[in-house]
Design a protein around this ligand. Structure first.
Ligand SMILES: Nc1nc2c(c(=O)[nH]1)N[C@H]1C(S)=C(S)[C@@H](COP(=O)(O)O)O[C@H]1N2
Ligand SMILES: [Mo]
Length: 157
């Protein structure tokens, strides 16, 4: 019994890293499920964010580079009605955060927005990750959604 429980626990601890994905959906409704490896392969940046008075260094791809995978209207295309485009980030516990695409686009906004997969030099554990939203400069980390499971890009109604 203990052996079985141990084996089961080992399976639970070992399996998730490979199985976890974040589902990213574009304005046309087309969705792509990105794995931990897919996210790790994108160009990386780091951002320091203070959580409960402690500074943490988060690392991962810019959210913009993740949204490029579903052809979000970034850069020169982010003008006119496209400025109404918004991005909904959903977490495993139902938590959610909305950002405008303009505040995510490094061509418009100087503050980085990351889909972090590392904190303080190690992979973000499954209690908080594997993916966590990090908005540079936020004084209170309320938008730093833990356990991000889905990201949806929506055009104006
Ligand atoms: N998924 C999820 N992420 C979340 C929250 C939450 O309730 N669920 N709370 C937010 C708030 S209000 C804060 S202050 C920080 C707290 O970060 P911590 O849980 O690492 O201390 O997480 C943010 N991210
Ligand atoms: Mo909070």
């Amino acid at each position: 019994m203990h052996l079985l429980a141990g084996a089961f626990a080992a399976l639970l601890l070992a399996a998730p890293a490979a199985g976890q994905t974040v589902v990213v959906t574009g304005t046309d409704g087309a969705a792509v499920a990105l794995s931990v490896a897919d996210i790790a392969a994108l160009p990386r940046q780091s951002v320091t964010l203070s959580i409960h008075g402690e500074a943490h260094v988060f690392e991962g791809p810019s959210l913009a580079s993740v949204l490029e995978r579903v052809d979000a209207p970034l850069g020169e295309r982010l003008r006119g009605p496209a400025l109404l485009t918004h991005v909904t980030v959903r977490a495993a516990d139902g938590y959610g955060v909305v950002l405008s695409l303009a505040e995510i686009d490094p061509a418009l906004s100087p503050t980085a927005v990351l889909l972090a997969d590392e904190v303080d030099g190690a992979a973000i554990g499954l209690e908080d990750g594997p993916f966590r939203l990090v908005v540079e400069g936020d004084a209170r980390p309320a938008r730093s959604a833990r356990q991000v499971t889905a990201i949806t890009v929506s055009a104006a109604d």
